[in-house]
Design a protein around this ligand. Structure first.
Ligand code: SDX
Length: 431
């Protein structure tokens, strides 16, 4: 008895093999369907389509499960940190102490950006959006280290450890320098001996004659935030990275494309949209109840930002972890943020409301992350930049999977054409 799926089209049957993943997920392999039947499958938004087989991240949306290389997100959040988790996601296993030390050395050695890049950053208008700058600058990394961006995957993989350290370390420096330049502040350079997160905060908030020293709670909250964003299966931006990588493009170009995809309000831009939503609710003297009613009708395009997810039809495990960290951070800093009270109220109201229950809409990773970033002092227009810094390990690991596949095909979906049928040209006099 074959395990194949049988598809019947009119009077013909087609046998399609099944693919089963290590967690028992199943897929119908339709790669030969068009040749056999002349038909393609149709799945607008790819909600039910597997674009690849990957070893990096497993999500079970129904159970609210998220694992990086098999390790549950709540365990990593409790016991690991962003740099160790970055190594895990990129290289597939938790590092030994020697591997971790070598990785840290590579990151420190690549923390500075070329002086030419600082001139580029100084050329942007003060109100240029940091995501536009970040995508351009990340793509430009290949201009300063052309040996890392040859668009020959075999060659680029030979330099992969350096290229990935450049991407991880410099994305953070670019973000901080971009912020300083946009505020007309002197550039603060990376400092030897500081951890990844503490160095970012140093580059963001120190002054030439006064070092910013992060409290342990702030440093931990930023570490956790980046760790929780580090990868998330084939989301919009990661799929974009794989799409671009499949053409043979280098790591900088592919991750730059991922930054552009992340910018949208339905994806990485949601963390900014959540804060704007909470602030507007607060400004209107609403505790959130009126807004929830409006979001249910969709009037005025109102949506409960930070709620809902294409995959999680249960709680986003990251939202729970960030929500708890948020309370701890604000307590440690003695911050009373009305947005947190409103967020908590929205969550409690929505979780009891049939509209959200029926549509399985729960808080996602973006619902509390903005409150944490605001407490740290990250400006609103950099929230999605922080998401990009966190997601860089996942994009790099996915680029590597595509680049390492010797039989890798360029990603080229088909379509169903719905435009005009054949018609003859008509000269302009006769139109
Ligand atoms: C991220 O893919 C990833 O993994 C992404 C991410 C990652 O780590 O990379 O997890 C990060 O992008 C999280 C999502 C951040 N975006 C937001 O918080 C924006 C608000 N959320 C929605 O835009 C929406 O929930 C999406 C885009 C996240 C998911 O949308 P779907 O699955 O395509 O659902 P849908 O748009 O088809 O909506 C289904 C129903 C509709 O109602 P009906 O037409 O059935 O009556 O649910 C409603 C929608 O109107 N709905 C919402 C809602 N989200 C969906 N109603 C009110 N508020 C919302 N937020």
């Amino acid at each position: 008895m074959s395990n194949d799926a049988i598809l019947k089209i009119k009077d013909k049957e087609y046998s399609l093999p099944m693919i089963v993943g290590s967690e028992g997920e199943t897929a119908i392999d339709t790669r030969k369907l068009r040749n056999q039947s002349g038909c393609i499958t149709y799945d607008e938004g790819y909600g039910n389509t597997g674009s690849c087989q990957s070893d990096i991240t497993f999500i079970d949306g129904e159970q609210g499960i998220l694992r990086y290389r098999g390790y549950p997100i709540d365990e990593l959040a409790l016991k690991s940190d962003f740099i160790e988790t970055t190594y895990l996601i990129i290289y597939g296993d938790l590092p030994t102490s020697e591997q971790r030390a070598e990785f840290a050395r590579l990151l420190s050695a690549n923390a500075h950006v070329h002086s030419g890049m600082i001139h580029l950053l100084e050329g942007y208008s003060r109100d240029a959006h940091p995501m536009a700058i970040l995508s351009a600058m990340v793509n430009s990394l290949g201009c300063y280290d052309p040996h890392l961006a040859t668009n020959d995957h075999k060659h680029d993989l030979e330099n992969f450890s350096e290229a990935s350290a450049v991407a991880i370390s410099k994305v953070r420096t670019i973000a901080a320098v971009s912020y300083r330049v946009s505020k007309g502040l002197p550039v603060i350079y990376p400092k030897e001996g500081l951890s990844y997160c503490d160095n970012f905060l140093h580059m963001m908030f120190s002054e030439p004659n006064q070092d910013y020293v992060a409290t342990p709670e702030v440093s931990h909250a930023l570490n956790l935030l980046l760790l929780l964003h580090a990868d998330h299966e084939q989301n919009c931006s990661t799929s974009t990275v794989r799409m671009v990588a499949s053409s043979g493009a280098n790591l900088s170009a592919s991750t730059s494309a991922g930054i552009c995809a992340l910018w949208g309000p339905k994806h990485g831009g949601a963390n900014m949209a959540v804060i704007k939503m909470l602030e507007s609710i607060h400004a209107e003297g609403d505790d959130g109840s009126r807004f929830v009613e409006a979001a249910k009708t969709g009037k005025g395009g109102k949506r409960l930002m930070g709620f809902g997810h294409r995959v999680y039809k249960n709680f986003d495990p990251r939202a729970k972890i960030i929500g708890q960290a948020c309370e701890k951070l604000l307590d440690s800093l003695g911050i009373e943020d009305p947005c947190l009270d409103i967020a908590r109220h929205l969550e409690s109201v929505a979780l009891k409301d049939d509209y959200f229950i029926e549509r399985k809409l729960y808080p996602n990773v973006d619902f509390y992350s903005g409150i944490v970033m605001r407490a740290i002092g990250i400006p609103l227009n950099m929230f999605t930049v922080m998401f990009a810094i966190g997601r860089m390990p996942g994009w790099i690991a996915n680029w590597k999977e595509v680049a390492s596949d010797p039989k890798g095909k360029i990603y080229r979906p088909r379509q169903i054409y719905t435009g005009p049928v054949k018609r003859d040209y008509v000269s302009i006099e006769n139109r």
